[in-house]
Write a protein that binds this ligand. Structure first.
Ligand code: 5AD
Ligand code: SF4
Ligand code: FES
Length: 378
């Protein structure tokens, strides 16, 4: 069955019955990459996702181990040269007040995350090019490395750059990179982005990052207008084919000040169905890839207060608590309903600890928690 994403959280079965889906779960748990794209689609469509989530969580515990790894997220700048049709900080949106944290502020946020026991940070910002920016990031990475050495994992997520820039940032101390492919469907990608954005260029960036030796992460949005369950199954096959170490996925959430919010189908799926699709993607990705790090993305928390915990219950093992200074948080406005805008980082730390304890999960404090996949394959 091909077609747009069904609105119903429990859509009618496409192919195979429940017994088939259960057989597929058993097959997936036996060894990684055991499923065809068609079989992945069958899992994504299971009428009752509970067995899917349970299998994924149990596989996560046996392969990656118990507990949740944290990465303190520092949103260093909302200035972006790109104009993605879905994103609230796209170049042509005049509403967010544009900011760039200075070196002192970024170092202080990194230091706070380290002191708080997070073990790793993610430095994320809009896409910018040019020597001033490249050199600024390089300098920060060196300072962070000098201050914390290998005790603090450093991920960067700063968009498409040249091989030379990636190599400089790696040499300066970053060792993980996140660059979402957004969708593996090239024609859908072309609809979501202006003509000067290129899916192939993005893929080449991912391959370059991997070749240079970064632990490489990517991911997609789900619940996009025009997307099908088959597209999502293909996304998971793409993660396997590109041999990624880390996956970060989240549901698309419309932002009123973007072109896409007005498109037909953009607001069609309700919050419950978007969240459900995000959780199904986490579970099916865990079942297919086994040993990668999978983040329970903040977009899940935007759709339900316990969205991230539900992500962990569906097979995720990483959470990225926000450590951006409070005065900048609301301006890093990717989508509507972004959580924790009024909270200080310390409040989020306590909140997260309580929430994870509530589902019987420990936090893996003071450890970098590199993806098992990166340790095994290199
Ligand atoms: N809804 C959900 N995720 C979004 N992102 C950007 N805009 C949105 C949105 N409206 C995600 C993209 C990007 C990451 C930084 O944020 O996947 O890669
Ligand atoms: Fe810029 Fe990323 Fe938003 Fe696209 S999704 S406009 S690259 S911040
Ligand atoms: Fe920020 Fe709960 S994680 S308040």
């Amino acid at each position: 069955m091909r077609g747009m994403l069904e609105k119903d959280a429990n859509p009618p079965l496409g192919d195979g019955g429940d017994a088939t889906a259960r057989e597929l779960l058993a097959k997936a748990m036996e060894r990684p990459r055991a499923l065809s794209t068609r079989e992945l689609a069958t899992l994504l469509r299971m009428p009752d996702p509970k067995p899917l989530f349970e299998a994924a969580r149990s596989l996560r515990r046996s392969v990656v181990g118990g507990g949740v790894a944290l990465r303190g997220l520092v949103e260093i700048s909302n200035i972006c040269e790109k104009n993605c049709y879905y994103c609230g900080i796209r170049r042509d949106n005049r509403n967010p007040k544009r900011y760039s944290m200075d070196a002192g502020e970024i170092l202080a946020a990194a230091g706070w995350a380290h002191e708080a026991g997070y073990g790793s940070i993610v430095i994320q910002g809009g896409e910018r090019r040019g020597e001033a920016w490249t050199g600024f990031i390089e300098g920060i990475l060196r300072e962070i490395h000098t201050a914390f050495g290998d005790k603090l994992g450093v991920t960067i997520s700063l968009g498409e750059q040249t091989e030379e820039t990636y190599a400089r940032w790696l040499e300066a101390g970053a060792h993980r990179y996140l660059l979402r492919i957004e969708t593996s469907n090239q024609s859908l990608y072309a609809k979501l982005h202006p003509g000067d954005h290129s899916w192939e260029k993005r893929l080449n960036c991912l391959r370059t990052l991997k070749r240079l030796g970064y632990q490489t992460g990517s991911g997609v949005m789900c619940a996009l207008p025009g997307q099908t369950i088959e597209d999502l199954a293909e996304d998971i096959a793409f993660f396997a084919a590109e041999d990624l170490d880390m996956i970060g996925m989240g549901p698309y959430i419309p932002h009123a000040e973007t072109p896409m919010a007005g498109w037909s189908g953009a607001g069609e799926l309700g919050a419950a169905r978007r969240l459900d699709l995000g959780l199904r993607m986490i579970a099916a990705t865990r079942l297919h890839l086994h040993d990668v790090n999978i983040a329970a993305a903040t977009a899940l928390q935007a759709l339900a207060p316990d969205g991230r915990e539900r992500g962990v219950l569906a097979g995720a093992n990483v959470i990225m608590p926000n450590v951006t200074p409070r005065r900048y948080r609301a301006e890093y406005d990717l989508y509507e309903g972004k959580p924790c805008l009024g909270e200080e980082a310390a409040q989020c730390r306590g909140c997260l600890e309580r929430r994870l304890a509530g589902i019987g999960e420990k936090i893996l404090w003071n450890r970098r928690n590199d993806p098992l996949h990166a340790r095994c394959s290199r």
